[in-house]
Design a protein around this ligand. Structure first.
Ligand SMILES: [Zn+2]
Length: 446
């Protein structure tokens, strides 16, 4: 007869829990998303240097409204969500020639598990806007797709998630100064890094409102591009040498996060948008707030529509040669934004309830041989009941679902396949079946 411990090790890991996310997803309301986009566009402009005194025009009125919407989610009796402005004086820069007061809006939902509450997962969007002239602080800049859509997605996620209890903390961050050079996000990420905060994953929603095809007016793409960096912008010589040795240029924490989002999407087919992973930090000539988090050492990805209309982005609202220009609410699609909100929700629920990825995952490579010995450090979280080793040929870009070996509670595993020809990673799973993102295996002597 098996001893209980051995029996546990031989049982297969629980399947991923899909039902709680299905229930949360059902709470997303298309009508709230379209109403939010209309409201944000109604402030005329949300340019970072626009009016802050008017009650109904400019960035000041917009941020007051965003803060009030988040406060509605906080709960009157025992507020679970804390809402605040994050204000600072930004120094002079190219698109901020006299410097300026920047105000982010921040809401934090604390984690409910003591051992996991230090981990923070972010849903981010910039709420500022611009027109054809990045310095025009007075002219109309409705910024419906860029980026009232992302702001609406963050607000809708806050409405739904603030009613749930998640193991880890979730932060809803609406930034200003993005169009002037990622100023709000850079400040926030640098401050958080300085405080040693454990930001484990950032989902940046920027241009997530208009799924239409620029070449065919009746065609819509219910899909989303997910951009992720491979190699950090300024790696140390030692970090670069390590990336080269293990050939981990496509296995950064941001890439694992992107693959994680894709795997969540696959659990809810026909509800969530199709995911297209793009292995690049961002589109050419453009950037976004996720890069500010990357540059401060945090895993972060960007969600963006599949095809962009450049006659509706960073342009003045006008008619030229009988053609309409402008980033207007009528081009956004509430059912598409709802899908994006649902993808954020399902991903964050998985991330914030799952264990942290195992630490010190390494291939033990002190001897030549045709087998692979992997080791890692046990998770400190009490609900972890095992680990899975994933592997793939070095020429594959995704972790194939079938190349998974259960290690049970052990913190090492030997596979009868060559370490020279495969990439390896390890993830932790808990008793409910939540799986962490994959931690990529480097190499070590023991
Ligand atoms: Zn944008």
């Amino acid at each position: 007869m098996l001893t209980p411990i051995l029996a546990l090790a031989l049982s297969s890991p629980p399947p991923p829990p899909v039902d709680p996310q299905t229930a949360a997803i059902a709470l997303v309301q298309d009508a709230r998303l379209s109403a939010d986009v209309q409201k944000l566009a109604s402030f005329g402009t949300r340019h970072t240097l626009s009016d802050t005194a008017s009650p109904d025009r400019g960035i000041g009125a917009a941020r007051d409204w965003i803060k009030a919407e988040l406060e509605k989610c906080a709960g009157a009796e025992t507020p679970r969500l804390t809402v605040a402005f994050e204000e600072f004086d930004a120094p002079k820069s190219l698109r901020l020639p006299a410097g300026g007061r920047i105000v982010n809006v921040l809401a934090t939902l604390p984690g409910s598990m003591k051992e996991a509450a230090d981990r923070r997962y972010y849903i981010v969007a910039h709420y500022d806007s611009r027109n054809g002239d990045p310095m025009d602080a007075a002219g109309d800049a409705p910024g419906a797709n860029d980026n009232a859509s992302g702001t609406a997605v963050v607000l809708e996620c806050a409405r739904v998630l603030s009613t749930l209890g998640l193991d880890s903390a979730v932060v809803f961050l609406l930034t200003a100064g993005e169009e002037q050079g990622l100023i709000g996000a850079s400040y926030h990420a640098a401050q958080a890094a300085g405080r040693g905060e454990k930001i484990m994953g950032v989902l940046n929603n920027d241009i997530v409102g208009d799924p239409s095809d620029p070449y065919n007016a009746t065609n819509r793409f219910y899909a989303v591009r997910i951009f992720s960096e491979g190699i950090p912008r300024n790696p140390s010589a030692a970090a670069l040498a390590s990336i080269r040795l293990s050939a981990s240029e496509s296995d950064s924490p941001s890439r694992q996060l992107a693959r994680f989002v894709e795997s969540v999407g696959a659990q809810h087919e026909n509800i969530l948008p199709n995911t297209l992973l793009v292995f690049r930090p961002d589109r050419f000539l453009r950037g976004g707030d996720h890069l500010a988090f990357n540059d401060n050492g945090f895993a972060a990805v960007r969600f963006t529509v599949l095809r962009e209309h450049f006659d509706r982005q960073h342009v003045n609202v006008e008619t030229k040669d009988t053609l309409p220009y402008g980033d207007l609410p009528r081009y956004t699609d509430s059912s598409y934004m709802a899908r994006i909100a649902k993808l954020n929700l399902a991903t964050i629920m998985n991330l914030a309830n799952a264990p942290r990825p195992p630490a010190d995952v390494r291939i033990v490579s002190k001897d030549l041989g045709n087998e692979t010995l992997l080791r890692w450090t046990a998770s400190p979280e009490p609900d972890v009941i095992g680990y899975e080793v994933l592997y793939r040929p070095t020429s594959e870009t995704a972790w194939p679902g079938e190349l998974v070996r259960d290690a049970g509670r052990a913190t090492e595993l030997t596979l009868k396949i060559s370490k020279d020809d495969h990439f390896f990673g390890v993830r932790a799973y808990d008793r409910k079946g939540y799986r962490s993102p994959v931690a990529f295996a480097g190499t070590a002597k023991e």
